[in-house]
Design a protein around this ligand. Structure first.
Ligand SMILES: C[S@@+](CC[C@H](N)C(=O)[O-])C[C@H]1O[C@@H](n2cnc3c(N)ncnc32)[C@H](O)[C@@H]1O
Length: 470
């Protein structure tokens, strides 16, 4: 066997550039999306991304790896100024031609890895498929630079093909990329980007620390609907102050984690959770929702909001695929652990039920903000460990539920104080509150589940099933 040689950083950089040089003779949306069916996807994909962005009216933005300027045009319609940049000359020529009517756009041909901007000089960094064309070292450097370039409270949007190409692993006929040609692209786990974005810190000239608040991680809907691919993932992050006493991770530490540690941890969780067909809460959740939903579920299909922090065990969650089938419902399942989130995306890609969507948020309150900003309402709320979560706020839950929507909570507790629980729920304005001790029921299910799946779930003193309506 020939010895494997690790490419130098220069060789890698050259390989990314050569990869894109091959498309320089066709500056069109097919090349931008590397998809032979780009015509069918482009508008919807663009709409998904643009509708997820914060308002940039009067702000300064930079579109990095902008290509022919698919997004530059709309960004420039509201921004004060947009710098649009790409390392392929022909793409920037086309970008300039497409946007010649706009006077607030500057164009630059250059490598994003060498892009120099002043500290605190932009309000919005827009990227859509760029870090996958960077080495691990360059990606860590790039994220640190984005944090430095942004003004306080400024936002960045990032979107990557995670774990597989946007066209999927098998769709050779759709991909424009010759499957036999070498492809330097990195299809990283979504969890790596979340971990990196959350870990970076920069110190400004006054000695103050800054970090990203990763507001959300979500799949691009068009790729779910048209390509059955949940692993087109995008993130919205905001530059916020960090604790000045907190130690700032070194570059080497970030790189080691990004290129090795977090990968290894993810693979361990994958081996434990991939292939999980059932969840031990299946029976109790579906029977509770069936009895409660006969009272409500006005919309068809109904929307169920599922929140599963999985604190005591990765197995303590809710089977959203089962809920979608049983209640013909659309499910929005919020995860708060990046590794489990990635396994949920894998499961979604396998099951291919478009009604089931997963998001990741660092805090429950941010999952509520996500939907209140869109003025959307759901018809049911199902959660595990909700009452034991620090920032879990029942008043906030009410904001995203229609009147009379059922609420189903499964809680592992030291002891069940029904009066206290009822008081907490009624203070939050919930009605028809019922607290049941389901310890025996869950223990029986758990022991047969453990025997079948060979997993361990920490023993819990009491399990409570809490049902209510809004
Ligand atoms: C998949 S296309 C996406 C283009 C555009 N963001 C969009 O979504 O329509 C990736 C773009 O990134 C550019 N690109 C990749 N690596 C780059 C780098 N290091 N510096 C500048 N541009 C880069 C490519 O030339 C290409 O135009």
């Amino acid at each position: 066997m020939a010895p494997t040689t690790v490419p130098t950083s220069n060789e890698l950089r050259t390989s990314f550039k050569s990869f894109w040089d091959k498309y320089s003779d066709r500056p069109d949306i097919g090349a931008m999306m590397l998809n032979n069916n780009a015509e069918e996807l482009e508008e919807a994909d663009r709409h998904d991304i643009l509708s997820s962005l914060p308002c940039i009216k009067g702000k300064d933005a930079v579109d990095i790896g902008a290509g022919i300027g698919r997004f530059t045009t709309v960004l420039a319609q509201t921004a004060r100024h947009v710098l649009t940049t790409d390392f392929i000359d022909e793409f920037i020529k086309k970008n300039r031609e497409n946007n010649s009517h706009l006077v607030n756009v500057d164009y630059a041909v250059g490598d994003a890895c060498n892009l120099q901007l002043k500290d605190d000089s932009v309000d919005f960094v827009f990227t859509n498929w760029i870090m996958m064309y960077m080495s691990d070292t360059e990606t860590v450097q790039f994220i640190l630079k984005c944090l430095t370039w942004l003004r306080p409270n400024g936002h960045a949007h990032l979107r990557e093909s995670c774990s597989e190409p946007s066209t999927g692993r098998k769709a050779a006929s759709v991909s424009m990329h010759d499957a036999n040609a070498s492809n330097p692209t990195s299809y990283r786990f979504s969890s790596l980007y979340i971990n990196l974005l959350r870990s970076v810190r920069v110190k400004d000239e006054n000695g103050d620390n800054w970090k990203f608040n990763v507001r959300w991680s979500a799949s691009v809907p068009t790729y779910i609907k048209r390509m059955s691919n949940w692993r087109q993932v995008h993130w919205l992050v905001q530059k916020v102050p960090a604790d000045n006493n907190e130690s700032v991770p070194t570059f080497d530490d970030l790189l080691e984690k990004f290129s090795k540690t977090w990968n290894d941890v993810q693979k361990e969780w994958d081996s434990l959770l991939d292939g999980e067909e059932e969840v031990f809460t299946d029976e109790i959740v579906t029977s509770s929702l069936s009895s409660l939903s006969s009272l409500s579920f006005p919309s068809d299909p109904c929307g169920i909001f599922v929140y599963t922090p999985r604190r005591i065990s990765p197995h303590l969650h809710v089977n959203s695929h089962l809920l979608a089938e049983q209640f013909s419902a659309n499910i929005w399942n919020v995860e708060s652990e990046p590794y489990y989130y990635r396994t949920s995306l894998t499961k979604a890609n396998t099951r291919k039920d478009q009604r089931v969507r997963f998001a990741w948020h660092p805090k429950f309150s941010q999952s509520i903000d996500y939907w209140t900003e869109k003025a959307a309402k759901f018809d049911a709320f199902v959660s595990t460990e909700f009452l034991t979560e620090n920032d879990a706020d029942l008043c906030a839950v009410k904001r995203i539920l229609n009147d009379n929507s059922p609420v189903v909570l499964i809680e592992p507790l030291k002891k069940i104080d029904a009066d206290k629980i009822i008081e907490r729920l009624s203070t939050a304005g919930l009605k028809n509150i019922r607290v049941r001790d389901v310890t025996d029921e869950i223990s029986t299910t758990l022991s047969s589940f453990n025997a079948k799946h060979n997993i361990t779930i920490p023993s819990v003193k009491r399990w409570a099933l809490i049902e209510a309506t809004v």
